[in-house]
Write a new protein. Structure first.
Length: 651
């Protein structure tokens, strides 16, 4: 019997996720009738390969077994479990019990000889000859024959040639989707290209974006995410601060897609051309940046699809097309697509062609707007279609909706997902939420991308917390999450004025107007962002979320957590003051075992932001953080410091 295989998502309906080179640890229950021992194997292969690679699973006790393998390359891989009665292991165990009891084991040795002789027939070459000799020794019962039953050469040889005639295989072959490293680790920077101009009143261009690439790369970002670049509709165009009426010169929202110049495969004329976009992609790559492009499947009344395919939209009883609504809010400038149209196949194929068009221009990362408002089946099909030919493609789900919906989108193919991180403020909220995200089964398929702000989200914490609040949320996002992003330059310039009280909308939001940002302001967080991203890059512990651990504190305003590599050769410990207004102090209790530290060991904690170094000892240590100086320590834990004399010497 093979049961409780893990990881397994929804009875194998969906794959787990890994990035190339990562380990997949598989466990299973395997047992049979009676007292015989069971042997268990993990089988894995690339989906396109014919032969399985076999790994013997180790017993954990209580009929539970564990094995692992690493996924070497991007694509789909399969794994399953096989088990059988271990005749040799059972014989060896029983023989040892009889020998200890002082019983005559002559006949038992001859029984073992039959098991070994059968293995010799399954083996080939030198192994077959060796097994045959061992079988003869057991049959004869000569001096030392009993020693053959002990773990050693014979047991290892038998393991190579198991008797699989009665083996049981798990009913399902389970899948793992393997993505490239950027799916697991990366820093994103969001910017409106039309705000890239350095001249007041001039619409920015893609060439202006090129000029900003060195600055964005210098801050340590890996991905430059651009909102929609398409023509913007004129009918019912929104004005400044989302007013219902646009004034002359108001540019409208980039998410109001489609105009006389074209739709989802066109670029706004004031931004440039498709050739300019290709050039931007190439120039970004020279600076170590990837361009991520927004995919928003919605249209304005001016979109060519409205004229060419009216059947792709939902109509009201009076024959007019239904605009978007979230009652009582109305979005007259947006027509949602009707995925229940009788012409759904043509619609799906057209939307696929949009993604593939931008892939042809060099885009391999897509941020998808509001995917939860479209059918699950559509996204599962679309993502599979794209990744069939372009498996390195990454899809980020922007679905701020109910958890089960967010998780379903991740299961069916979205590579990464936005989260509720922006609204988790207390130590208890953050601890509970991230324990959920990093625990099975969620961690097997849901990859978090943490954003402290977006063009739609200016949280109360940022509004009321001044500069220290922005620093706190930056460090939390960048160290809690292997993938994180900021909407800039609003973030590095600590933009925190809401449109009105109780709103998370920015005042004078650049969703509805062209902003001129003072990028060189002396109070910019640019230098700190560069420092934090450098810390992320230099510490492999921060490249994954799988070994995130929280450590208790006696002050509820202090949050303490760590990340380590598997071998604990890189340990990062973070202590954060969640109160942006007051100094907070307290004692933190470290799980030294998780950090690879002996209980009474003295070790150095090196603050990678300030450069300060402290000697700590054991599990309980004191922390004091003044948000006016720095609201957080990001410590690199350096072990084997024994005395204060060693302090300066220790690297």
């Amino acid at each position: 019997m093979i049961e409780a295989v893990a990881p397994e998502i929804d009875c194998g309906r969906f794959p787990i996720k890994r990035t190339e080179g990562e380990e997949v640890v598989v466990e299973a229950d395997a047992f049979g009738e009676g007292h015989d021992l069971v042997a268990c194997e993990l089988l894995h292969r690339a989906e396109a390969a014919d032969a399985w690679t076999v790994v013997r699973m180790d017993p954990l006790g209580n009929d539970r077994y564990r094995g692992s393998f690493r996924v070497p390359r991007v694509g789909r891989h399969l794994y399953t479990v096989r088990a059988w009665i271990d005749r040799f292991g059972t014989w060896s165990q029983d023989l040892e019990e009889r020998r200890r009891a002082g019983q005559n084991v002559g006949l038992d040795l001859r029984s073992g000889a039959r098991i070994v002789a059968a293995a010799a027939k399954r083996a080939t070459g030198a192994d077959a000859r060796t097994l045959a000799r061992h079988a003869e020794r057991l049959e004869s019962g000569d001096e030392g024959a009993e020693a053959l039953a002990l773990p050693g050469e014979l047991a290892a040889l038998i393991d190579r040639y198991p008797d699989l005639a009665g083996a049981a295989s798990y009913a399902r072959e389970l899948a793992v989707v393997v993505d490239r490293e950027r799916a697991r680790f990366g820093a994103w920077y969001e910017m409106f290209p039309r705000a890239a101009s350095s001249e007041p009143g001039r619409h920015g261009t893609l060439r202006d974006c090129e000029a900003l690439l060195p600055e964005i790369a210098a801050m340590g970002f890996d991905v430059l995410y651009l909102p929609p670049l398409h023509p913007i509709g004129r009918t019912h165009r929104k004005g400044k601060n989302n007013s219902a009426t646009a004034s002359k010169g108001d540019p409208g929202s980039p998410w109001a897609i489609g105009g006389p110049e074209g739709g989802h495969t066109a670029i706004h004329p004031e931004l440039g051309t498709v050739e300019d976009f290709r050039r931007l992609v190439a120039r970004a790559a020279e600076h170590g940046l990837e361009i991520a492009l927004d995919i928003a499947f919605q249209c304005t009344p001016d979109h060519p699809w409205v004229r060419e395919h009216p059947e792709w939209f939902r109509h009201r009883p009076d024959g007019t097309i239904q605009h978007a609504e979230n009652p009582p809010k109305k979005y007259e400038d947006i027509y949602p697509l009707d995925f229940e149209t009788d012409d759904w196949q043509a619609l799906w194929e057209e939307l696929r062609s949009v993604v593939l068009f931008w892939a042809e221009q060099g885009v391999r990362i897509f941020r998808v707007d509001n995917p939860h408002t479209k059918p699950f089946a559509f996204w599962e099909w679309l993502i599979a279609e794209v990744k069939r030919s372009l498996p390195e493609t990454i899809f980020l789900s922007e679905a701020f909706t109910r958890p089960r919906v967010m998780y379903r989108l991740a299961k069916l193919g979205f590579t990464q997902s936005y989260t509720y991180f922006a609204w988790r403020n207390t130590a208890a909220e953050i601890t509970d939420y991230f324990r959920e995200l990093t625990s099975p089964p969620l961690c097997e398929f849901f990859r978090a991308n943490l954003w402290p702000n977006t063009p739609d989200i200016l949280t109360e914490y940022l509004q009321l917390g001044d500069r220290a609040a922005f620093v706190t949320r930056l460090i939390l996002a960048a160290t809690l999450g292997a993938s994180y992003g900021i909407y800039g330059p609003a973030f590095e310039l600590c933009e925190r004025i809401p449109r009105e009280a109780g709103s998370e909308e920015y005042s004078d939001s650049e969703k509805y107007e062209i902003r001129l940002w003072e990028r060189e302001r002396p109070d910019s967080l640019k230098d700190l962002i560069e420092c934090v991203n450098g810390i992320r890059r230099d510490n492999p512990a921060l490249h994954s979320d799988r070994r995130l651990r929280f450590h208790p504190s006696n002050n509820s305003q202090l949050l303490c957590y760590s990340k380590t590599t598997e071998s604990c050769d890189n340990v990062v410990l973070v202590a954060v003051n969640l109160d942006p207004h007051h100094t907070q102090a307290g004692w933190v209790e470290l799980d030294t075992g998780e950090l690879g530290i002996a209980s009474a060991e003295t070790y150095q904690v090196h603050d990678l932001i300030s450069g300060a170094r402290y000697l700590w000892s054991g599990a309980r240590n004191y922390v004091e953080l003044d948000p006016r100086v720095s609201p957080a320590h990001v410590f690199r834990v350096r072990r084997h410091v024994r005395t204060e004399r060693d302090f300066d010497y220790f690297l």
